[in-house]
Design a protein around this ligand. Structure first.
Ligand SMILES: Nc1ncnc2c1ncn2[C@@H]1O[C@H](COP(=O)(O)OP(=O)(O)OP(=O)(O)O)[C@@H](O)[C@H]1O
Ligand SMILES: [Mg+2]
Length: 356
């Protein structure tokens, strides 16, 4: 037969187990009895509200929750004996959005208290906002060129085509906007592939000088047409990299340097070793980026000057793609820039990924 001692220690064990479970929860949990006295409260709850859980046990919930306008809710749930759900913002100790679930508990057909569970929805709501913004941005970006294609085609059909000069001019606009759409869709597909990690990384040991040389070759004519000087200062490094990725990163950074540097300016590509990294820098003497915009230029569709970027055919996705490609290879990217003087984009790749 089980002794009293055995029973007590089994009970103690079960209580300890229950306490560990409650403490390990990421959701905030509180339990009050029918008089509103706090019987259980976990640390997640404390850190969510910035409250001292050790002092809360045995106190009335009102002492701690009235500041959050929660007391009437607890009262309502207890009085009506119904669960209550509500989403609310918290401003202290951190800005968060939390969901509160209040569930009355019954014992022997009698109301014996309330369990209150708080879930942190901040990250979830933030993602939802990002998705909404993204859809709104994409729709807008698609609508602009489409409107102009449809508009100019209509005007041509309505008779403008009979004048050869107008006809040519309008067709050129339609062609240009068509190209924009094509680029936009290609960039979006690229981005979504990279984001969903569908791009396999293929690391080879390659000469950086060769990769830079290849990219520079493809851009040199456009640079010359804009009377830009292109300088390279590339250390003779053999590093492990995904060549296509690095090429695309360079292409995008150089295209920006070119687009945002006025005629007569200078663009420099520098590659050097700086243990434990190898570093690629693209510098220009262009228009620069205001400090307040600098943290945002890697966001999808973010452009400092929409009109200027649109004129150069930009979709605002270039740097977002670059950032993802850099991160795929465990690198980091940062920008330093002064308005009117120029910008420096620095990409840092860990050498451990490139050791032979
Ligand atoms: N070298 C630079 N000098 C000045 N501004 C820059 C430079 N690089 C980027 N920017 C700013 O950052 C914004 C975002 O650049 P990003 O490359 O993502 O888009 P984009 O060049 O407008 O379009 P695209 O998708 O064709 O690259 C640009 O619109 C521009 O305002
Ligand atoms: Mg760009």
């Amino acid at each position: 037969m089980e002794t009293l001692y055995e029973k007590l220690s089994a009970l103690q064990e079960s209580t300890n187990r229950m306490n560990s479970v409650i403490e390990s929860l990421e959701t905030g949990l509180m339990m009050v009895d029918r008089d509103g006295l706090i019987k259980v409260v976990n640390h997640a709850f404390g850190s969510m509200f910035g409250l001292p859980v050790d002092q809360m046990l045995g106190q009335h919930y009102d002492v701690y929750l009235s500041a959050y306008n929660l007391s009437p809710l607890l009262l309502e749930s207890m009085e009506t004996n119904r669960p209550v759900r509500l989403e609310m913002p918290l401003f202290y100790p951190q800005e968060r959005i939390v969901e509160a679930n209040l569930t009355p508990i019954q014992e022997n057909d009698q109301q014996s208290g309330l369990v209150v569970v708080f879930r942190d929805l901040t990250a979830f709501r933030h993602l939802e906002e990002l998705r909404k913004d993204f859809v709104a941005n994409v729709s807008h970006e698609l609508k602009t060129p489409l409107t102009s294609i449809v508009g100019f085609t209509e005007t041509l059909l309505d008779g403008a085509r009979t004048d050869p000069d107008t006809c040519k001019e309008f067709l050129q606009i339609i062609y240009k906007e068509g190209l924009r759409l094509q680029r936009l869709v290609a960039d979006l597909l690229d981005l979504s592939k990279i984001e969903s990690k569908q791009v396999p990384i293929k690391m080879d040991i390659v000469s950086v000088q060769m990769v830079v040389h290849d990219v520079v070759e493809t851009l040199i004519e456009q640079m010359q047409a804009k009377n830009l000087r292109l300088l390279t200062d590339v250390a003779p490094l053999m590093v492990k990299m995904d060549t296509d990725c690095v090429r695309q990163i360079l292409m995008n950074l150089l295209a920006n340097a070119m687009n945002y540097t006025p005629i007569g300016g200078k663009v420099t590509v520098k590659v050097k070793q700086d243990d434990p990294y190898w570093i690629v820098q693209v510098m220009d003497t262009g228009i620069g980026i205001p400090e307040k915009d600098q943290p945002r230029i890697f966001e999808r569709f973010y452009r400092v000057d929409k009109a200027r970027s649109r004129n150069s055919g930009g979709t605002g996705l270039g740097l977002a793609i670059v950032k993802h490609l850099v991160e795929l290879q465990h690198g980091e990217i940062e920008v330093e820039s002064t308005v009117g003087k120029g910008s420096v984009f620095t990409v840092r790749f860990p050498l451990e990924y490139s050791e032979v």
